[in-house]
Every structure is written in C-alpha cells, then in structure tokens.
Design a protein around this ligand. Structure first.
Ligand code: MSP
Length: 527
C-alpha cells in the first residue's frame, strides 16, 4: 500500500433513494478501514456524499411540487443525518450541487475540450432510462433489451451531444489492467471488466440536452453535463484538484481505494481512469467492487417487504447496539465475489457466538478473575524475572502474529479476515483458561506466581485484541480499554506490542455484550 497520505471513498449516493443497508454497508466498510489506518498512524481522508443532478431528481421534485434544489437539500440531509447513527467518521461530505464541485467539473470538462478528448458529435444507442446509462448493441442483446436493474425495456435513443473519446484509451486501459492486476478487485470483477474491455470501447456521451438539472457545459449551456461524468469527478473536486490553487488536500490524490457496489464498476474501472488519463492525473490504487446484500435469500424489494431500510436497521441498532451492527456488516458482508444474505436469525447467531460467547465472555472472565484473585491489580507476568511458559503457549509470539496478520488483512480491505485473526486470539485465551484452570490454581498459595503469569498473559492478549477490534466496534472496545487502565497512545503497532499493560494497573470487571432475545423478523410489519 502507498505510504503517506491515504484516501478512501464511497460512491456518492443518489438523493432520490432513502438510505438503506446498501449505502450503510459501503460507508461502514470504508469507515472501518479509515479508522484502522488512522489508528495505524496514517494521514487518512475519507469521503462520502450525494449525487444530486439528473432527470430523476428533476422529475421527483416536480412530483413533490418543489424545486430540484429543495428536493436535493431535503434528501441529502437524510443521508447526512444517518452518518452519526452508524458511527461514521468521514472527513467530508460532498454534494454535487455545491459550487465548489460544479465550478471544478466545468474546469475539468473545459480542459478535456481543449485537448480534443471531448468533442461534439452524434450518438445512437440502447438507453436505460432508470439508470441513465447507454448499453452497446452486444450488451443490449445479452440483456434481452431490458434494464438489468428495473426490468423496463431499453429504448433506442439518438442524440447530438458532446462525447468523451473513450475509444482512444483502449490500449492504455488494457495496459493498465495487465500491469496492475490489483487495480480492480476482487478478481472475479476484474475478469468481467476485462471481458467487456476486449469487445472494444466506444466513445461515451458527456452531455445531454433532455434535462436541465445539472451542470452546464462550458461555453454551450444548451448542453448539461451527463450526471455520471459530473458524479465521478466528486472524488477529485472534494480535494480541490480542479481549482487553480489546489490547496493542501491534493496530497490525498490518487485515492487508495474507491469502494463501490458491483453495479457501477464499469464507470469506475474504465471511464474514470480514462478521464484521469486524459487529464494527466494519477490513477487510483484500487477500485474495489463489492457484491450485494440480499435479504432472507432474495433480492431486496419493497414489494416483498424484505427491504432492509433505515427503520429496520434502527430496530437492530436499538436491540443489539451499534457495535454489533458494525461487526455484522464487517464480518458477514458481501466484500467478496458473492452476495451476502441478511437475515435476523443469522444476525442473532453471529451476535451470540462471536460477541456474547467469545469477545464478551473472555473479557469478563479475565477481568473478573483479576478482580477476585488480585483485587483488580494486574499481576506480574514474570515475577522472578523469567517468563513462565505455561502449556507451551508463547503468548507474545501468538499476539504479535495475530496483530500483524490482522493489520495486513485490513490494509487489503479484508475486513472479515482481519477480524478473524483477532477472534482467533481471543478463542485461544479462552482455551488457555480452560486448559490451565486458574480458578483451581488460586486455591494453592504456592502457585500464586504461576496464577499471576497466566492471568497477565490473558489480560494482555485481551487488551491487544481490544485495540485491534476498536475500528470495528469503537464503543464497546473503548469501554473495554478504559476498564483495562486506558488506551496506549501512539500508532497501533506500538499499542499492540506485548508488555504494554503495566503490572499493578487497576482493571475493572466488564460486561460488554448482554445475552439477548432474538429479533425474529426483519420488519415489524412484515407479513
Ligand atoms: N450515484 C451513483 C454513484 C455515483 S459514484 C460516482 C449511485 N448511487 S446509489 O445511490 O444508487 O448507490 C449505489 C451504491 O449503494 C452501490 O454502489 C453500493 O455501494 C450501495 N448499494 C446499493 N444497494 C446495495 C445492496 N443491496 N448491497 C450492497 N450495497 C449496495 O449508484
């Protein structure tokens, strides 16, 4: 991964939709990564925002008897409001109707006109009105001339428009994919893009004349900049890259990760890098396209009543707490090539197994024993100067192995893998307690040193685990760290070094994750 400043982005969400699990998911994935990288000592910028132009916004505003700007303001506020609900730590929230964005988009398009990459021409193709997207003849045939999203027929459309000379970037894009296999992840998604790339690229429209609600084309205000082109630029306008004086945020470019859902991969993996090439800007490190949440085994839909919308999510948050929600998103979400199924039953199982029975139980057992046998003061690991190796467990090595693997995994955006390393450590602590039976040793005053050594190793491992899990579960893990005498300042690599917890530190008994009844259905009103 690149050194220095790091930058992670979510897609900017359409203001026409209400926030739901899909949006919350992508933003939470980015948040866990951003928090981890910050904790590791990096200078991180984390961006999310809203996509506010286009026909759909124009139409909905009219239907609601209001102006597009009013409508966008109202819905963008909904998205902003939920950031806190999910504990998200974005550094900025960009809205495509903000002057800082529109001004820079115009400047970029002007530059593209000047280089000849944007030209006025005529275009004909298969248009998906809902998605505001054109498909090639081959693709349209494959789709049976229906929108893959709404199922509505594609329409044959012809326009005089400005076009971006995408076809000129075929060879450079192929070279990019060959030279940087990690540019699009996961692998299955990369292969899809490569397959389509080999069919050959056509130029794409960058302006429209069929709607007004958008950014005017420089020097030709009859034309409005196509909403996708407008939207993609958010990643650089938020950093001020299109301004004459780009300012301090330019150090974050190129993005380390653009995290998106698989349905918008083409724009990000092909059109976006080609635009950047045309502008001679560096390319992002990785476009990461995750799969989808489905619910109860089916595609989410309002008519089936299985849509995991904000009120549904709030029931889960109210019942299980924010950290449990974030943990479920991070460990069971569709970051890989396959869709993930959201079900209340699965959520409950994961909560009970991993949080109540593993993390919570281990932390409470260890802190309770220190309370009982050492009056809450952390015992000494090696009272006579030599480490006691009990039951062949080399805890410093085990803990540092788990920390290193966990940090490596998170850098690769493997959230589940990163967390699994830590859960593995916690499970080992539990196993070690069962094996060494400190509660029996406590009855023998002659084995007090051994008892202290065992409990030191357990509590120190739990402390390290808490640091590593804090990006995913900020509330409960900071509560745990407080109970263990407070967090160790400085970069994560230092905080998780063995021996950080000083003997004599007072620790308090903790109860982190209460055992709960299952929430048995997704929506209260579900049939
Ligand atoms: N505005 C465009 C993106 C422009 S980015 C320059 C857009 N917006 S959207 O509101 O439709 O959001 C799409 C994103 O929401 C997906 O890419 C994904 O991140 C998230 N999700 C929407 N539904 C989802 C699921 N069912 N599951 C997981 N995430 C999905 O497209």
């Amino acid at each position: 991964m690149a050194d220095g400043a790091l930058y992670i982005t979510t897609p900017i969400y359409y203001v026409n939709d209400k926030p739901h699990i899909g949006h919350a998911y992508t933003t939470t994935v980015c948040d866990v990564w951003a928090r981890s990288m910050r904790a590791a000592g990096h200078d991180v910028f984390f961006l999310t925002g809203t996509d506010e132009h286009g026909v759909k916004v124009e139409k909905s505003a009219a239907e609601h008897d209001t102006t597009p700007q009013e409508w966008a303001d109202r819905n963008a506020a909904e998205f902003q409001k939920v950031l806190a609900v999910f504990g998200l730590t974005n550094d900025d929230f960009i809205r495509t109707t903000e002057p800082r964005h529109t001004r820079q988009v115009q400047a970029f398009v002007e530059r593209l006109k000047a280089t000849g990459d944007v030209y006025l021409g005529r275009f004909e193709g298969w248009y998906d009105e809902g998605q505001e997207e054109y498909h090639t003849d081959t693709k349209a045939r494959e789709l049976d001339y229906k929108s893959p999203v709404s199922g509505r027929p594609l329409v044959r459309a012809e326009e005089q428009n400005y076009y971006f000379r995408l076809s000129a970037y075929q060879a450079r894009l192929e070279a990019l994919f060959a030279e940087r296999p990690e540019f699009v992840r996961p692998e299955a998604r990369r292969n899809e893009v490569l397959g389509r790339l080999r069919e050959g690229l056509q130029d794409v429209p960058v302006s429209r004349t069929n709607f007004r609600w958008g950014i005017a084309m420089p020097d030709d205000p009859e034309h409005v900049i196509y909403v996708w082109i407008d939207a993609l630029f958010n990643y650089v306008t938020a950093l001020g890259l299109g301004d004459a004086e780009p300012g301090p945020r330019q150090r974050y470019w190129p993005a380390t990760y653009h995290v998106i859902g698989k349905e918008i991969l083409w724009f990000h993996a092909v059109i976006w890098p080609a635009l950047l090439m045309a502008l001679e800007l560096p390319l992002p490190g990785c476009v990461y396209a995750h799969s989808f949440w489905i619910a109860d085994g089916q595609k989410m839909s309002k008519s089936l009543g299985n849509f995991v919308d904000l009120p549904t999510i709030e029931r889960f948050l109210g019942h299980y707490g924010l950290d449990a929600w974030r943990f479920y998103m991070a460990t069971k979400g569709p970051l890989g090539a396959h869709d993930a199924d959201f079900s209340a039953r699965h959520f409950h199982e994961v909560y009970t197994t991993d949080l109540v029975n593993t993390v919570g139980n281990c932390a409470s057992r260890v802190t309770a024993m220190i309370g009982k046998y050492f009056d809450g003061a952390v015992p000494t690991e090696a009272p006579d100067g030599s480490r006691i190796l009990v039951a062949e467990h080399d805890w410093p090595a085990l803990a540092s192995g788990a920390s290193e693997s966990s940090l490596e995994a998170i850098e690769r955006l493997d959230l589940a893998g990163s967390i699994e390393q830590v859960l593995g450590l916690v499970r080992r602590v539990d196993g070690f307690i069962n094996l060494t039976e400190p509660f029996k040793l406590a009855k023998d005053p002659g084995r007090r040193n051994e008892l202290g050594a065992i409990l030191y190793q357990c509590v120190e491992s739990v402390r390290i685990a808490a640091h590593l899990l804090e990006a995913t579960m900020p509330e409960r893990m900071s509560q745990l760290l407080e109970a263990l005498g407070g967090r160790i300042a400085g970069p994560l690599a230092d905080a998780v070094r063995w021996g950080g917890l000083q003997p004599g530190t007072q620790v308090a008994k903790v109860a982190l994750f209460p055992r709960l009844e299952a929430l048995d259905q997704l929506a209260p009103s579900a049939p």
